[in-house]
Design a protein around this ligand. Structure first.
Ligand SMILES: [Zn+2]
Length: 159
């Protein structure tokens, strides 16, 4: 499986989009501060493309590596990004990153996740993914199914 080389830096107006990109396994930093100059500096340090709805960025002399998001609906924003950057999503990429901290998830077994998931889930699920940073546990279930549904809708809408 080929790793995506695109890395994004999403500003504070696009929290949901950041989450969607992470669902797709795309390396995405969510920047919660409002200062554009810090935003630009951090993004360029990490060689990330800025995604923003801030028109101020458009008019800067030293235009940063930046893509302007025109839509205000997160699912449409996601398809804007996928289309513009010609990102192809493979099923193996989905849900490989923590939605909270962007870390790559690692496989967890029953012992790793005991006490962190409801007991009935432990009984019915065999595979878990674990965030090495915040220790959040992910598993196939209604939560992921719902995300898959959203992603499926967006991907179908692409053309
Ligand atoms: Zn995490």
């Amino acid at each position: 499986m080929e790793e995506h080389t695109l890395k994004f830096f999403v500003d504070h107006t696009l929290g949901k989009l950041a989450k969607y990109l992470r669902m797709l396994g795309i390396d995405t930093v969510y920047f919660t501060q409002t200062d554009v100059y810090t935003l630009i500096e951090k993004a360029s340090q990490e060689k990330r493309i800025i995604l923003s709805r801030n028109t101020k960025l458009k008019n800067l002399d030293n235009r940063p590596n930046f893509f302007f998001i025109s839509d205000d609906q997160p699912d449409k924003q996601l398809s804007e990004v996928l289309k513009y950057f010609k990102i192809q999503i493979t099923p193996g990429q989905l849900f490989t990153r923590c939605l909270k901290c962007n870390q790559k998830l690692i496989a967890g077994n029953h012992d790793d996740v005991k006490g962190k998931v409801p007991p009935y889930i432990l009984g019915i699920q065999k595979k878990f993914s674990l965030c090495p940073q915040c220790r959040k546990v992910y598993w196939k279930g209604t939560h992921l199914e719902k995300m898959e549904e959203i992603i499926g809708k967006v991907l179908k809408k692409k053309d």
